[in-house]
Design a protein around this ligand. Structure first.
Ligand code: G4P
Length: 529
């Protein structure tokens, strides 16, 4: 057993994700955080999980993406006695589902915004998910070494587009070529900018009072005067920073910096470990589970199959919600028929993974699994309960699966089943003719599936376009009506991978008409029913 109490272990942990529109600087910031945490020694160690869809070598890119996102999908490191678990989120919108699910496993997020581009579309979408869950957000406005937009304007845009109040905790002095540094409004320290990709700590100088004439000597009179004006305005306009409002997801503290130059990161990280929440309670269908409950519980939010092509294994990523997780102890697999025990439990460090015997709330562990676990599954030390809030999505693009190698039908079936369990996409089988249709939220997912089926299962498929608008899960309190509906619409009825009934609608107008004509049937747009 750990010499620390469960409560101490919990207090020591911070589990978060960085979210950003592609290119805002997520990878760069991640890398710099790992450098500060001493988890890596050199820059360039963290690779971007971006996919360049413009290149011809798409297959390579996808393969690379898989390898990389696996190696770096959870990064643990210690900073000033705090154990930080940083979860990677794919930036590409076609993989947004993966990101949304990852956000259910964190307690807070850092959002990176490019000061030239401001709030971009992917940030807006990700922020919506955070808002649904009241996830606390810290905002890092990046690339201050470039000629960006006016900081007031940027903050206003964040407030409007992301629908969250901001509270600047640092303020930039100049920008682009004339960027001088940032003034920390929280601890009244001035951090002067020196472009460098290597230095690790910022040298900060205290200025309790911005009227101090020393300031003019350091940054010149006009910048000093501008800063005095800004500080007065900000202190006048914004109420004092209240950590509780941040924890409730109502106010986002804002920092400015330049990730590539290691600038302003130290500052943000120091504040982060002070204010970011330790592992929080999580809801199950029946009750709230507190992290310091003695008995272990956790849920699976991500599955990765065939990480090592030579061993057909899968890794399930488990977020620990309460108690102490122990290796080799049998746990209740709430959805499954029998208890499961895991002898091979890994914890992910910056670039490595290591075997562990126990883990605590806030930790993410990798469980080697032979096909028992699914995304959303709950594991507990006894109690029958189910964690809620893992989103599932209504697919937007549909393609028919066409088997191009009849000799490999079995492999294809197996591959499709496993990939769907990983949450790569959703599959529907039409009742008539057993045609299989894959539904995704992004085009790229088809390429990933096709490539992985070939590579991992030796099955060859093509995807043929289908004229489908939506897959609607159907239920009704009236069994007879449902049967009647299924009979009369049998050409459009399919089953999903769990055997649930689905109505495949060809167009919006037609779906509306059917919904009007069958008021007793309930149409659901996600499978969470
Ligand atoms: P992402 O993961 O959010 O997609 O972004 P990433 O960190 O890969 O950064 C995107 C680009 O922005 C990179 O340039 C990176 O070097 C640059 N960048 C990150 N932080 C800063 C900053 O503070 N200032 C400036 N000026 N640039 C920054 P790239 O040209 O795409 O790649 P690279 O060849 O420089 O790595």
């Amino acid at each position: 057993m750990s010499p620390m109490s469960l409560k101490e272990e919990i207090q020591k942990r911070r589990t978060f994700a960085i979210i950003a529109h592609p290119d805002a600087g997520k990878t760069t910031l991640t890398e710099k955080l790992l450098l500060f945490g001493g988890a890596i020694q050199t820059a360039g160690a963290v690779k971007s999980n971006k996919i360049d869809t413009g290149t011809k070598s798409d297959w390579m890119a996808i393969e690379k993406q898989r390898g990389i996102s696996v190696a770096t999908s959870v990064m643990g490191f210690e900073y000033k006695d705090i154990k930080i678990n940083l979860l990677d989120t794919p930036g590409h919108q076609d993989f947004a589902e993966d990101t949304y699910r990852t956000l259910t496993a964190v307690d807070s997020v850092i959002m990176v915004i490019d000061c030239v581009k401001g709030v971009e579309i992917q940030t807006e979408k990700l922020m919506e998910v955070c808002r649904m869950r009241n996830t606390p957000v810290i905002c890092f406005i990046n690339k201050l070494d470039r000629e960006g937009r006016d900081p007031y304007e940027l903050i206003e845009e964040v407030e409007q587009k992301l629908n969250i109040q901001c509270r600047p905790l640092s303020w930039p002095i100049g920008m682009g070529k004339s960027f001088k540094g940032v003034y920390n409004l929280f601890d009244h320290k001035l951090n002067l900018f020196t472009p460098s990709q290597r230095k690790l700590s910022d040298v900060r100088q205290s200025f309790e009072d911005v009227q101090d004439p020393e300031l003019d000597k350091l940054i010149g009179q006009s910048y000093a005067d501008q800063l005095r004006e800004d500080v007065e305005l900000i202190e006048g306009v914004y109420p004092d920073f209240d950590p509780t409002e941040y924890l409730e997801g109502k106010v986002a503290p804002v920092f400015f910096g330049s990730a590539v130059n290691n600038f302003g990161i130290n500052e943000m990280l120091d504040t982060f470990i002070k204010i970011a929440p330790a592992p929080k309670s999580r809801r199950t269908e029946d009750r709230e589970v507190k992290p310091d409950e003695k008995k272990f519980s956790g849920f699976v939010f991500k599955i990765h199959a065939n990480m090592d092509p030579n061993h057909r294994n899968r890794i399930a990523f488990l977020r620990i919600c309460s108690g102490t997780f122990e290796r080799n102890k049998p746990y209740n697999h709430v959805r499954g028929p029998k208890p499961l025990r895991f002898s091979n439990v890994t914890q992910f460090m910056a670039q490595d993974k290591e075997m562990i015997d126990e883990a605590f709330p806030g930790d993410i562990v990798g469980l080697y699994d032979t096909g028992n676990l699914k995304i959303g599954d709950t594991l507990t030390d006894g109690e029958d309960m189910q964690f809620v809030g893992i989103p599932s999505f209504s697919p937007e693009i549909f393609r028919e699966v066409v088997n191009k190698d009849a000799m490999k039908t079995k492999q294809l079936e197996k591959g499709l089943k496993q990939l769907m369990e990983e949450g790569v996409a959703q599959m529907f089988t039409f009742d008539m003719g057993s045609r299989k249709v894959v539904g995704t939220v992004g085009q790229l997912q088809f390429e990933v599936i096709q490539f992985r089926l070939k590579n991992e299962y030796n099955a060859t498929v093509e995807f043929h376009p289908m004229n489908l608008y939506k897959a609607c899960w159907i239920t009704s309190k009236d069994k007879k009506q449902l049967e009647e509906f299924v009979r009369s619409k049998n050409r459009h009825i399919a089953h999903d991978k769990d055997g649930k009934l689905v109505f495949m609608a060809e167009s919006k107008a037609w779906l509306q008409m059917v919904m009007d004509n069958y008021p007793e049937i309930e149409f659901h747009f996600t499978s969470d029913i």
